[in-house]
Every structure is written in structure tokens, then in C-alpha cells.
Design a protein around this ligand. Structure first.
Ligand code: ZN
Ligand code: FE
Length: 262
């Protein structure tokens, strides 16, 4: 069973999540760089069993070749031939066991078309909450840029993550929370919940602390991209686009476009 989950910092603002069990086996999610992963494994005396890949971008896949060569580990990822080194391609509805833990695969296109997330259910035995490794789909107080999919696809993908339940812990790949909350504040000026979260995150970042994981409940309260049926967010979409959005997807599309140039 999973005993610890640690964020290994990489590049400017990436986190490579390392999961380990009581026997010293580990897997990592989205190793964009091999070096910090190798350092972490060696410092903690862990054996790498698998890599979990969410999508094809280099900051999530760059370490695959070196790690899989050094550790002969399994490489689990989306069914996209553009990603070199996948040994087990997964798609919607697939599940697998790793480190004594059950993982479910969710397809969450939008940021890229191949994007998947990995969810683990709550455990009555250990008291662990449900968790999801969301890559560049759902961020703390934000969401990934839409590079390959449509706003409707990204909206549906985010709703699929929301459906995992409010208590679900969200482990995304980037430390973007502070900038995301600046934007959330612009979308919902005067929101007490956004304001409180913004000052908490400012304190965390001022002392170099990570702002993750977040939870679906926290995101529902202050992430504009999950609040597209809220009148304040509808107003924000209208302010940006100049016309009243027809539905929640249009609201989502408008605020996503605003965030792109914020
Ligand atoms: Zn990406
Ligand atoms: Fe990324």
C-alpha cells in the first residue's frame, strides 16, 4: 500500500510525484527529468517499479529513456505512439495494481488529446482519501491551457475529475497556484474564499512551501474554471467576451481565453 507521496521539484515549477510503499518500492508520475528522480530514489533507498505518464509534453516525459534504462521499470501511459518508451498503454476504464494500490485510468482530453489522469480510491484500511494525479488538466485554482482539444472537451474532463468527489486530493504537475489565484481574484472580485486562499498561498510561497495537493472541495469553492455556472463567473466571461455566454461551456471558453492573455 502507498505509504508516502512526495513532490520532487523539477525545472522551474514542475513537480514529479513519487509514491512509495512499505517495502521500499516506488513509482513516479510524469518524470520530465531523470536526475532529480534518481537523486531522490538513492537518498531514500527506493526501487523504481514504474513510471506513470499523463501526456506527451517533454516536461512530463523527458526522463523516461534514462529511468527505464537504469531501472528496467514499467512505463504506463496513454496510447500515443509519439511517446517513446511506453510499455503499457492505457485508456479510459482501464485499471491496474501498483505498490499494492489500485489505480483507475480516466481520459481527460483538452490540454492535449492524449491526456489521462490516474485515480486511486479511498481506503477504509489505511484511511487514505481518494486521490487523483491530474497532470496538466486540473491545477490548484486553475486549469491547463487548451493546446489540442476544444473548450467543450476540457470542460467535460474537468467535470469528470469533479465527479470523483469533494474529498478527493488532487496532485497536479505544476506550482501555478499563486498566479492562478490572481486570475481567480479578477474573475470573482471580493470573493472571501478566493481572498483567504490567496493570502494563505502567498504565505506558503514566501517561505518556499508547496501549495499542493489541493482537494476537489477547495477547487469547487475558488477555482473559476469549476464555477462556470456561478453568476460572478458568468459576469466575468461577459466582461471579457463582450456578450452573454449561452451556457457553461461558453463561459468556460471565455474565461480560459481571458486567462491565456492575463
Ligand atoms: Zn503539458
Ligand atoms: Fe506541463
Amino acid at each position: 500500500m502507498i505509504q508516502s507521496i512526495t513532490a520532487i521539484p523539477a525545472f522551474q515549477d514542475n513537480y514529479i510525484w513519487a509514491l512509495s510503499d512499505e517495502k521500499g518500492s516506488a513509482c513516479v508520475v510524469d518524470p520530465g527529468d531523470a536526475k532529480p528522480v534518481i537523486d531522490y530514489l538513492e537518498t531514500n533507498g527506493l526501487t523504481l517499479q514504474a513510471l506513470l505518464i499523463t501526456h506527451h509534453h517533454p516536461d512530463h516525459t523527458g526522463g523516461i529513456a534514462q529511468l527505464s534504462e537504469k531501472y528496467a521499470c514499467e512505463v504506463i501511459g496513454p496510447n500515443n505512439p509519439a511517446i517513446t518508451g511506453i510499455t503499457k498503454a492505457v485508456s479510459e476504464g482501464d485499471s491496474f495494481e501498483l505498490l499494492g494500490q489500485h489505480f483507475d485510468v480516466l481520459e481527460v482530453p483538452g490540454h492535449t488529446l492524449d491526456h489521462v489522469a490516474y485515480a486511486t480510491p479511498a481506503s477504509a484500511e489505511t484511511g487514505a482519501p481518494p486521490r487523483v494525479f491530474s497532470g496538466d488538466t486540473l491545477f490548484a485554482a486553475g486549469c491547463g491551457r487548451i493546446f489540442e482539444g476544444t473548450p467543450a472537451q476540457m470542460f467535460a474532463s474537468l467535470q469528470k475529475l469533479v465527479a470523483l468527489g469533494p474529498e478527493t486530493e488532487v496532485y497536479c504537475t505544476h506550482e501555478y497556484t499563486q498566479a492562478n489565484l490572481q486570475f481567480a481574484d479578477a474573475c470573482e472580485p471580493g470573493s472571501v474564499l478566493v481572498g483567504l486562499r490567496k493570502s494563505l498561498v502567498e504565505q506558503q510561497r514566501a517561505t518556499g512551501l508547496i501549495t499542493l495537493p489541493t482537494t476537489i472541495a477547495t477547487e469547487l469553492a475558488s477555482n473559476p474554471f469549476l464555477r462556470c455556472n456561478n453568476p460572478m463567473i458568468v459576469n466575468a466571461a461577459e466582461r471579457f467576451s463582450g456578450s452573454k455566454p449561452a451556457d457553461s461551456i461558453a463561459t468556460f471558453a471565455a474565461i480560459r481565453a481571458w486567462k491565456d492573455e492575463f
